[in-house]
Structure formats: C-alpha cells, structure tokens
Design a protein around this ligand. Structure first.
Ligand code: EPU
Length: 306
C-alpha cells in the first residue's frame, strides 16, 4: 500500500478494527489470494455505513466479500478497502404472512447453514436446495446460489441494502431485482433480506435436507479447498462436470491446482495453489472441452483483484 494512504488507514481505523496488507487467502474457501490494502469486518450495519461513507469521501475503492466461498482472489490481492460482511449476523425472525407461507428476516452475514437449520427447526420448506451450500446469505443472494432443484431467487422476497451512492439504507422488493443464472445485478451492498418459505411436514423437509446433503458429500470434494463448481452449466445438454469428465480431465494438474477426481466441475487447491495456477488450469480445461465439444465453458466463480 502506498505511503500516501496512511491517512486513509488512520481515518478508517477510527471507525473499524482495520487490518493492513492482510492476506485474503485466510478469508476464501479456495485458500488463495494476496493481500488487501485494508480489510475491515464490521460488526453491525451502522459500522458498515460509516466505513462506506468515509471510503467514498476518501475515494478508496471498496470490494465486498461475504463468506468467500465462490471467489478466486488474485495473487496480487485487492487494492483499496475490502469489507467482509460475515459478522453482520442477526437473530433470525419470523413473521406470519398466511397459514402456509412464512416470511423470515435474515442478515447478510448469517450463514446459509444457520438459516437452513432454522428452517428445519420451524418446519419451513424452500431452502432444501441449499443443504450443504457454504457461505453467507449476502453472498448467496448476490450469486443467486442454487442447484438444479432451486435457487435463492425462488425464495427472496425483498432485500435490504446500503446504497453505494447515497450511503443510505433502502429496501428493494423482489419485482425490482434482476436475478439470472448465478447472478444478481446489483451494485449496492446487501445487509439483510426477507425470505418466503412454506410450512410443510417436518419429516419430509428433514429427509429432503438429509438426502441433498448426503448426495453432495458423496459426489463432491467437500473437504478439499475449492470455490464449489467452477464453471456454469451450459444452458442445455450435458453439465459442465460431465463435459470435463468426458474430456478426460479429472486429475489434470497445474502445480497444486487440480481438476477434482470426484467431481470434474470442481477445481481444487490441493496444497499451495496460486490464483495463476487456477487460471492456467481453467484455460486448459476450456480449451480441451472446446476442442472436443465446441462448447465454451463460462466461469461461475468470481475473480477479484488485479
Ligand atoms: N457428472 C459426471 N462427472 C463428474 C461430475 C458430474 O459425469 O465429474 C455427471 C453426473 O453424474 C450427473 C451430471 O453430471 O449426471 C450432473 O452432475 P451433478 O448432479 O453433480 O450436478 P451439477 O450440474 O454438476 C449442480 C450445481 C452444484 C450443485 C449440484 C447439486 C451448477 C454449476 N452446479 O452441479 O452447485 O451442488 O448441482 O446437485 O449449477 C456450485 O454451484 O458451486 C455447485 C457445486
């Protein structure tokens, strides 16, 4: 970080506990990523608001992280301020809408797994697709996280955001949200959401969660560092995993970056892979799949940094 930015550091450090030149590999499931010039983990919405206000005044670029589970951060890291929202958690609340539908209020930093547990405990259906999906609510909504059996857009009712321009909080209703496959078009910062779930039989919900989780644990490399599925599934035809598998790429390696042996759409960091290793392997996979099937695989994982 340039020495001229000392002012930025001391100003922002008055608002939040600030880390300087902090390695981002500590905050990503890939365990990859160079330093953030400045890193803050605000404890509440007000602290986040004060940080953003100052950063805007000082013209410091701000990058947001949630659980860091779908991110590939460059080896040079990220300039400016990185804000991680995982500490913006809440007591999950429930408001009855009618006898079948229930709306729950969640915060950006609530873990998806915590919200799934709440749903099971209250016999609420709708989140079964998210069983075993890591990360936070904020990240899951930003990425429209999902599986073939459901995605966040199907249950989000409204989101509460911090407007990046006005630095004020506002609510955006679902009808005004532009969700697409693994994406929400949004520049503002999510701080919370309301989700609509349905009352259903506890036995059925619990069984569904259990089956989804078991399926995931047996078909995916859940205990190895990765960012989940690396490529988007093509709109029709074979899935990315099938294409990569049939191209004979399972086990393909560049240094410590490897195409998983258990699920070909996972690129795993088997020890000390760099972002460069992952990107070279990604390119190799894209080229081989393209040569064999004439399909261009697109990255699902978000790449951040310079
Ligand atoms: N397959 C292979 N070889 C492989 C992997 C998969 O032949 O190495 C075949 C499977 O046998 C199956 C088909 O490909 O016939 C689809 O595989 P799978 O059921 O695993 O689903 P997927 O489309 O690869 C999607 C999501 C996953 C999610 C699973 C849950 C995407 C890109 N991926 O995977 O999400 O967990 O469904 O069923 O939508 C993620 O988004 O990070 C992620 C992992």
């Amino acid at each position: 970080m340039a020495t001229t930015d000392n002012t930025a550091f001391s100003t922002l450090a008055q608002i939040s506990d600030l880390l300087r030149d902090e390695p981002l590999k500590k905050y990503t499931s890939f365990k990859i990523g160079g330093p953030a010039d400045l890193l803050a983990l605000p404890n509440d919405k007000q602290e986040l608001q004060r940080l953003l206000k100052k950063a805007v005044e000082l013209k410091i670029p701000v990058t947001l992280f949630g659980g860091g589970t779908n991110l590939l951060v460059s080896d040079n890291g990220i300039r400016g301020l990185v804000i991680i929202t995982r500490q913006l958690t809440s007591e999950i609340g429930m408001t009855q809408t009618d006898s079948h539908k229930k709306t729950i209020c969640v915060a950006a930093g609530d873990r998806l797994s915590t919200v799934c547990r709440f749903a099971i405990n209250h016999s609420l259906s709708g989140l079964e697709f998210a069983a075993g999906v890591p990360g936070t609510i904020g990240g899951a909504i930003m990425m429209n996280a999902g599986t073939p059996s459901g995605e966040m857009s199907g249950i989000v009712d409204a989101i509460k955001v911090l407007d990046r321009k006005t630095v004020a909080f506002k609510t955006i209703e679902k009808k005004d949200l532009n969700f697409s496959y693994r994406k929400l078009d949004l520049t503002d910062i999510i701080v919370g959401a309301t989700l609509t779930l349905k009352k259903a039989s506890l036995e059925k919900i619990a069984k569904n969660f259990e089956q989804t989780l078991q399926q995931k644990n047996t078909t995916q490399p859940v205990s190895v560092a990765s960012a989940g599925c690396f490529f988007k599934n093509p709109v029709s035809g074979k899935s990315a995993g099938e294409l990569i598998d049939q191209a004979g790429l399972k086990g393909a390696k560049i240094n410590d970056a490897m195409v998983s042996q258990s699920h070909a759409n996972f690129i795993v960091n088997i020890n000390n892979a760099t972002c460069k290793d992952i990107l070279l392997l990604k390119q190799h996979v894209q080229e081989i799949v393209f040569n064999k099937f004439h399909i261009k695989l697109e990255t699902e994982v978000r790449v951040e940094g310079e």
